[in-house]
Every structure is written in structure tokens, then in C-alpha cells.
Design a protein around this ligand. Sequence first.
Ligand SMILES: Cc1cc2nc3c(=O)[nH]c(=O)nc-3n(C[C@H](O)[C@H](O)[C@H](O)COP(=O)(O)O)c2cc1C
Length: 184
Amino acid sequence: MKLLELIQNRNSIRKYDSKEIGEQDLQDILEAGRLAPSWQNKQCWQYVVVQDKELIRNLALKSGMISKTNFFIKDAPVVIVACADPDKSGHMNGNDYYLVDVGISFQQMMLVAAEKGIGTCWLGAFNEKKVKKILNIPEKIKIVALSPFGYPAQKQGIYAKAVKMFAGSKKRKPLAEIVHYDKW
Ligand SMILES: Cc1cc2nc3c(=O)[nH]c(=O)nc-3n(C[C@H](O)[C@H](O)[C@H](O)COP(=O)(O)O)c2cc1C
């Protein structure tokens, strides 16, 4: 599949099959993250690849900001927690570039996953303190996002449909609303 076509077809998955991800596929996904560009090529990212079923269940139960909003990750065979050491990235014009570094790297991983038919869902709403405690993540490290990685369940279920409807996930602004040619 061409990259643009892959991007057009990707969407967040909120119900997973428990089928395992092949080791080579997982390594390819991680490699895509490793090769991302970053501030002064400092590669501030650190990834925690969670495959232990008990830990995934714990994250499903406890990582949500409000109640059990992340409970749907429970069946995914892998959850990757995307972290950064902010000291290994830049800060300019009020921007913390560790967020950009990890954003690019994690999205590259998600696109390679999509190419393999493996679903993901970027999770920005999480309780950082609880996730750090469950996974022994050091204090000075920031968690940028987490995502389940797994094959989509046959049917997406009510929760997945409700979130998509609430977020208007299928909609994107037209180019005319977001692009300025030559001057704003
Ligand atoms: C920074 C960021 C944070 C997000 N946080 C959450 C989240 O906490 N929970 C969730 O279910 N989806 C989350 N999403 C997924 C978005 O809701 C989703 O990407 C958007 O609705 C577009 O839908 P699509 O990914 O299916 O195209 C997040 C996405 C981004 C980029």
C-alpha cells in the first residue's frame, strides 16, 4: 500500500483481538521509532514494551484519567509506553521538543503497525503517576503517550463507536481551512 493510502485508511482501534504480534513485526515497529528524526539527533525517547498480561490488565484498570477510560486496552497483546528524557531534547520559543521528538517517533511506529494490519490508539489521557508506579519508570522521565498494539477485533463494539462519534474521528478540516499559501 502506498503511504498516503495507508494514512487515509488508518484509524484508532479501541477493541482488540488477543492474537499475539509476531516478534519480527514488533521489532520492525520499534525500528521505525528508532529511526525517527529528533532535536540535534539526541533521540530522547525511551520505550517500555509491555507484554506481561498482568501488567497490561493493571494498566487497563488504573491508567485512565477518568474512571476506566483505558479499559479497552486489556485484550491487546502489547502496550507500548512512549517516554522521554526531557534533558536530552531542546526547549525553544516556549516549546518542549521532547514532545515533538517522541510524537514523530511514536507515529512512525504506529504507521508501520498499520501497514502490518496491527491497530493502535494514541492515548494522551492517562494518570502519569500511576503508570510510572506500575512500570517502575524513573521520576525524571516523562511519559508522552501510550498505545495498545494488536489486531483489531472483528467488531469494534459500543465503546469504540461512542468515542469515535464523540470525537468526530472521521472528520478532518478541509485544506482551505488549515493551509496558508505565502502569507497567513
Ligand atoms: C495527542 C493525542 C491524544 C489522544 N488521546 C486519546 C485518549 O486519551 N483516548 C482515546 O481513546 N483516544 C485518544 N486519541 C485518539 C484521537 O481521539 C483520535 O486520533 C482522533 O479522534 C481521530 O481519530 P482516528 O485516529 O480514528 O483517525 C488521542 C490522539 C492524540 C493525537
